[in-house]
Design a binder for this molecule. Structure first.
Ligand code: ZN
Length: 247
């Protein structure tokens, strides 16, 4: 993932895959005692627990960037899938990012960011279209789970955006509820371009529009102002598997 910090600072080198620090804690899953262990050290007595959770927008972005770097270089770690993690998560969850992405089968957030159980709240709708259920789901992650990052993730060759553009051009209505999706994407259509360029530009414009709408939600905007939340637009390229920021 090629992303700047939320503050828009110059792009820093991608972090190396973060060494995963684990907290050794009681088998009950009660309070951790704070002994940090690196994965791979594999002392028999160490319980592989979930990783320290990013608590700031910057940390959350860096963690996603590191995961995407692993994904696109075929060095995935498939974190947070162990028996111990599953047991720990029975008592609660502390995900560090909300990813609002398209339903496209080629862009599953946990895979393209190499994350595991308990790491991400994923909200998916075709074309990242917002409705009350999507807004409520995103708000749940931020307000109830205190998540510091919302990532709006569009992607190359989005079929929902293509359908919206083609429906707009032909004037033909789409079947049933698919028209609802097209209607929501339509304001983002970039009429300054033609053909495939129009579809591609509309993908970016739709990401920006969804990001802006989320960022203007009063409860979310208050957190952004306080520095507790970032709402970031990004796009996944099928050809390179890179996630890059869309400002
Ligand atoms: Zn899509």
């Amino acid at each position: 993932m090629n992303i700047d910090s939320p503050a828009g600072s110059p792009q820093s080198p991608l972090p190396k895959p973060a060494r995963r620090l684990l907290l050794r804690s009681a088998l009950t899953g009660a309070a951790a005692v704070g002994t940090a262990l690196a994965v791979g050290a594999s002392p028999a007595s160490a319980s592989p627990r979930t990783r320290p959770r990013p608590t700031t927008p910057e940390e959350a972005l860096r963690t996603l960037a590191a995961g995407n770097a692993r994904w696109r270089t075929f060095r995935e770690k498939h974190p947070d899938e162990t028996r111990a993690v599953r047991e720990e998560l029975v008592s609660g969850q502390h995900p560090f990012a909300v990813v609002l992405s398209c339903v496209d089968s080629r862009v599953p957030p946990e895979l393209v960011f190499d994350q595991g159980l308990g790491d991400l709240i994923t909200v998916r709708s075709a074309g990242e279209v917002l409705d009350e259920a999507v807004l409520g789901s995103v708000a749940y992650g931020v307000l109830e789970l205190d998540i510091p990052l919302i990532l709006v993730l569009g992607h190359q060759s989005c079929g929902a955006v293509r359908a919206a553009v083609e429906s707009d051009e032909s004037g033909e209505r789409l079947p049933a509820h698919i028209q609802y999706l097209a209607d929501q994407i339509a304001p983002a259509i970039d009429h300054s371009k033609q053909g495939e360029e129009r579809i591609d530009a509309t993908i970016d414009a739709n990401i920006r529009r969804v990001r802006s709408r989320l960022a203007s939600e009063p409860d979310l905007a208050a957190r952004v102002s306080a520095g507790r939340l970032a709402v970031v637009g990004a796009r996944y390229e099928l050809t390179t598997q890179l996630v890059h920021r869309v400002d």
